[in-house]
Design a protein around this ligand. Sequence first.
Ligand code: HH2
Length: 284
Amino acid sequence: MEKRNPLVWRCRGIELSLARPLVMGILNVTPDSFSDGGRHMTPDAAVEAALEMVDDGADIIDIGGESTRPGSDYVGEEEEIRRVLPVVKTLAEEAGIPISVDTRKASVARLALEAGAHIVNDVSALRDDPGMVSVVRETGAGAVLMHMAGTPKTMQDCPEYKDVVREVRAWLKRRLVAVVAQGVDPATIAIDPGIGFGKTTEQNLRLLAGLPRLATLGAPVLVGLSRKRFIGEITEEEVPDQRLSGSLTGMVWSLWHGASILRVHDVKASRQAVDLACAIARSE
Ligand code: HH2
């Protein structure tokens, strides 16, 4: 298996080991997420689903209060806080694993971190909200910088690249350099090619094939491909929660080619796939 580099991800003082890849369970507390929208609309239901993911072997829970699926609408700050905060608070106390908040808003990130979260997963790579970089810098939170062309509303309009791997790599490198220049600890940053964010099926495939080139940037690589539409297009499977086999195949490929963190809906199955891939790699 591709050697992971570096071996830890620093998130508010905790050093998460990447010697074994991390499984990040997705918990969307939204009415409209493409796969699990509307399933966890009360804090109790969301907490129960998250604790099940912990039992199933999740290393991190990623809580999101705004869908970023193609064409999705912007959610106001107050509403996002109302959705996310009670769940973060309870899980920070009860889950026993680090909590990540999937948000583009500095106010939401700050409140979530104050409530006990350790990671900010920002699909805008800390660009949308001018206050986001200082939240990450001041708290030492882990930060996921994800590549996205445009915004969720517009990103699928005309995804054009000459060489998608080269361009996404260069973009992530520029973001890395920019946030480190603003004082963010480089050991807290993970990068993500943003599978499905302003990319065609062919571009998503090229990015997955090109993961080793992204891994050379030296930051842990996170891949979020679980149940995404490109898997449906290749396999002619319309229903997102019927895309598990395709998702697992993409995940194992990603691990093999340099990813260290996988963002997944199906924690139990993903954990099993990751553990088996690692056991084989260790016995080489
Ligand atoms: N994908 C989604 C949301 N957040 N964050 C990172 N870092 N990487 C991803 O690939 C990623 C992400 C979209 O998936 P999901 O959360 O399941 O759906 P929705 O955005 O509709 O809530």
